[in-house]
Design a protein around this ligand. Structure first.
Ligand SMILES: Cc1cc2nc3c(=O)[nH]c(=O)nc-3n(C[C@H](O)[C@H](O)[C@H](O)COP(=O)(O)O)c2cc1C
Length: 368
């Protein structure tokens, strides 16, 4: 299978990518006080210089008091913060790269940083951090409206700074995903309800507001997942039909590209259907919109186990290329392999497989 498949250009709206390699969003917590440092600027520029087609930033906070749960995660609002992001995008463009910020609200996933808490109460649909675990009250109507507006103004900021697209973090059990998830969304207003379509209303309102803020031609990516960090076995859409209806709401509201988060890209999404299509494969098949796959690309082990200390070795890309070649998805996000090695894409392109590096959690300690 030719690696060239991964290095074909990709065009969508005004987004012209030199290849299909996307740097997956990865929180690094190297931005004290929420402001990205020059080291962060150089970290992203190194990936742009080394053939990453599209960089998606680490999750970056929208303007709600508790949108972030760690003081070292960068914010995407405020004068100092946006000045720093301007340096990032200018440096990435100077290296010929393209970049989208990942706009994030952590919702009810609370701080693990000792002696620090955000300057306001945690937002959540119903005051639940996971099913059955109540910690407070759900968001009021005004708070919901303010959160929607915060995503929209962050997206407007991204466009004004010159970023090439935006990604909304709608995955992994954070705020947008908390609205999707019946286990923690017990609302009885327009933002809740027994069906996934009803619980997608918050995401749809965010998408509509973001679309209104950036205009029709600006690419909007939404990242979604079935799994939650609170429950790896959780599933939102248990049938292709349910997936189609869910995605339909998101696409109608303005989503252009669906970023389908899986821990292992080769896992079939609906094995009971006898198909080997993964999450991104089904999303593309059911909707026709572009999709991004992700999950253990180029590595033997998956990322959650890596936090617990499991090391990964470089792995063959043949199965990925087979699926890409079949048209299952358009773009391929790479997380840890690119966190570990800014030159991963160049090495893969040049067939320098012996130069590929192992991954271990040690890599998290610095911004190499
Ligand atoms: C250190 C680290 C931080 C991450 N932070 C984010 C994040 O901010 N937003 C997000 O959507 N996913 C985040 N993820 C998940 C990655 O984007 C990706 O989906 C996951 O690592 C699987 O890809 P991989 O196997 O290639 O690493 C993070 C993963 C890692 C390892």
């Amino acid at each position: 299978m030719s690696i060239d498949r991964l290095f074909q250009p990709y065009d969508f709206k005004a987004l012209h990518l030199k290849n299909r390699v996307v740097m997956a969003p990865m929180t690094r917590s190297f931005s004290p006080g929420g402001v990205a440092t020059d080291d962060v600027v150089a970290y992203y520029a190194r990936r742009a210089k080394n053939e990453v087609g599209l960089i998606i930033s680490e999750g970056t906070g929208v303007a709600r008091p508790a949108s972030l749960n760690d003081p070292n995660i960068p914010r995407f609002h405020g004068e100092e913060e946006l000045k720093a992001w301007k340096k990032v995008i200018d440096a990435v463009h100077a290296e010929g790269g393209k970049m989208a910020p990942q706009l994030w609200h952590v919702g009810a996933v609370r701080s693990r940083t000792p002696d620090w808490s955000p300057p306001g109460p945690y937002d959540s649909p119903s005051g639940l951090s996971s099913p059955g675990k109540k910690f407070g009250e759900g968001m009021t109507d005004a708070e919901v409206a303010d959160a929607i507006a915060a995503f929209a103004s962050a997206a407007a900021n991204a466009k004004a700074l010159g970023f090439d697209a935006v990604e909304l973090h709608g995955a992994h059990g954070y705020l947008i995903d908390q609205f999707f998830w019946e286990g923690v969304n017990e609302r009885t207003d327009a933002f809740g309800g027994p069906t996934l379509v009803q619980r997608s209303h918050f995401a749809a309102e965010v998408l509509r507001a973001v679309r209104a803020a950036v205009g029709p031609d600006y690419p909007i990516i939404i990242r979604i997942s079935q799994w939650k960090q609170q429950d790896f076995t959780a599933r939102l859409a248990t049938t292709p039909d349910a997936l189609q209806q869910w995605l339909g709401v998101l696409i109608d509201a303005g989503a252009d590209i669906i970023h389908c988060s899986q821990r292992r890209f080769w896992d079939p999404e609906f094995p009971e259907d006898g198909s080997d299509l993964n999450f991104a494969g089904w999303a593309k098949k059911l909707t026709g919109v572009p999709t991004i796959t992700v999950g253990s690309v180029g590595l033997t082990g998956e990322f959650v186990a890596s936090y617990a200390g499991e090391a990964s070795k470089p792995a063959s890309l043949d199965e990925l290329l087979r699926r890409l070649d079949r048209g299952d998805f358009d773009l391929v996000a790479v997380g840890r392999a690119l966190l570990r090695d800014p030159e991963w894409a160049v090495k893969v392109h040049q067939g320098r497989n012996d130069d590929l590096l192992d991954y271990s959690a040690e890599a998290l300690r610095s911004l190499a």
